[in-house]
Design a protein around this ligand. Structure first.
Ligand SMILES: [Zn+2]
Length: 114
């Protein structure tokens, strides 16, 4: 990935990832395709609604050019999309563990819980 001017066209990205879309159609295809494009363009590895708080959370790859990375905090970022709370993790497995529990790392989710 380079500057946005060199950005690969969405249909080309999806052709390259066709094996991930094989056998899908309708809404399932749309969901998978949009996840692939978010990862390609925004560095979003995973995004979902956290059951504990009801907020949208995302796991970001700090090596992606669109992601502001804190070099001291680690490569992987968990982001509460509703409040902008963000925490960095060195290990992907840690980031995945924390992702579903924004009340442990997003200050606003923490306050709402108390
Ligand atoms: Zn939050």
């Amino acid at each position: 990935m380079g500057l946005s001017a060199e950005r690969e066209a969405p249909d080309s990205v999806l052709r390259r990832n066709a094996w991930k879309l094989r056998g899908l159609s309708g809404a399932a295809f749309e969901r998978r395709a949009s996840a692939i494009l978010r990862r390609e363009y925004e560095g979003v590895v995973e995004s979902r609604r956290a059951r504990s708080t009801g907020t949208l959370v995302a796991l970001l790859d700090g090596e992606h050019p669109e992601v502001d990375n804190d070099p001291h905090g680690g490569r992987w970022a968990t982001l509460c999309e509703d409040h902008g709370g963000v925490v960095y993790h060195r290990a992907l497995t840690d980031a995945k563990d924390f992702l579903s529990h924004p009340e442990e790392w997003c200050p606003t989710c923490q306050e709402n819980r108390e």
